[in-house]
Design a protein around this ligand. Sequence first.
Ligand code: NAP
Length: 479
Amino acid sequence: MICLTLSQQTLEEDAELVRSNRAYIDMAELRVDYLGEEEQKKASLFPSMVDIPVILTLRRKEDGGLCTLTERHRRNILLDALDGDFAYVDIEEDVKRAEVEAKARKRGVRIIRSFHDFNGIPEDIFSRIYKLAERGDVAKAAVTPHSVADLLTLFRISDELKDVDKIIIGMGEWGIPSRILYRRCGSMLTFASSGDAIAPGQITAKELKTLYRADKVSGKTAIYGIIGNPVYHSSSPQIHNPGFQAINYDAIYLPFLVDNIRSFFALAEYLKMRGFSVTIPFKAQVLMFLGRISREVKQIGSCNTVVRVPGMWKGFNTDYYGFLSPILRDIESGRIKTALVIGAGGASKAIVWALRNRGVKVTILNRTLSRAADIAALNLCEFDTLENARKYEGTVDLVVQTTSVGLYPDFDLNPIEGFRFTGREIVYDIIYKPKMTKLLSEAAAAGCTLHYGEEMLLEQGKLQFEMFTGYHYPRGIGE
Ligand code: NAP
């Protein structure tokens, strides 16, 4: 179940949020601590204002809520609210509230026994959850993972405590996969926001329902993802999830923030993942965990796609093909014979190799000359420093920008500031946020033909999709 957390100041505003998110949610949690004082007194009316089951919660400040009332006052508000037809009431682990409990049980309202840890994951988490659920209540643990290894602990709970009704939430940025794959954590629900998350790491109900189809995930769902650090800016979930839906493949693709690549492989094995994309800074680090690599990975030394094959992981590089695809015709027709590649990082390695493989003459320009020299030596091309960029004005058919200069939020930067385009060049910036970088706008002003990073992203993603699923990427999505 996807449960919308309601954090408005009036009951009517909360009910309106339920109505506007109704297509994406199965339940709602009324956060009474967010209501104005007068509204709190009327909380019992709320379940009759909406057409879904509602959890009653009056969260204390120390548990991440807004309530600073005395315990006695808090108890009275809860008791009054329980006159309404709530489906659940949340009572914190350490609170002994015989009256609230008795009234809830008498009225058939199920109790959620919760604990929160904003600093980490308590060592005794398994026994605590077990104890919370002892009296037939739902155990809720909202804890804060700080690493991939912590995340794995949360997924293990589902196997260790199979028969316990529970809600497991990994808060903060490390916990996001536990919110999306809540059913693989054995959680009966996941909390979602309507836009402004009120708990760290909360995702919107719309995303959970329509992008991830989180409520449809079962033990059979194939899990894919992208690993990186940072990773949540990635658009790859928007490429793969709609593709899976279009071919009716029971699969999900989600971002994993990774600190330690070895721990991630342990998680990937545990979740029986079928494959994943790799982004900065793991494209080279991932190699030592692969049983097999493709010819391109061997040549480029960088892997952006990992697929499970019997007994091992196999690495591919789809960046080179994704890059090439939009300009392939121009290379084949002879329109592109020479290229200036700005940058000598991981992406540049794949790009230089792709161009050289197609017979294009390449010059690499980089801030750090030695890195340009290394790639040049491997691919038999020329190299120079960035400061000398203007020496190459008017000499090439293609200019490719592969550095991170100009990337969001540094919209106003251009790594070859002052470079004059003749208007005859094809100019390709592989940055995809923003689509129109400063370098591209200058090229556009000179009349050049442009290619955007998002074209490369989509093309490399389509090829990954084929490797993941064995099917062509469906037409008409993301184009
Ligand atoms: P990387 O390995 O970290 O390489 C970064 C490159 O940027 C290096 O050449 C580095 O020069 C240069 N650089 C960084 N800061 C600079 C500065 N202030 N001035 C001059 N040069 C600077 O990164 P990567 O994996 O190659 O990725 C680079 C960019 O490509 C990123 O923006 C990434 O998002 C984008 N990308 C896009 C796609 C796509 O599908 N569209 C795919 C892959 C990557 P030094 O060697 O001197 O440090």
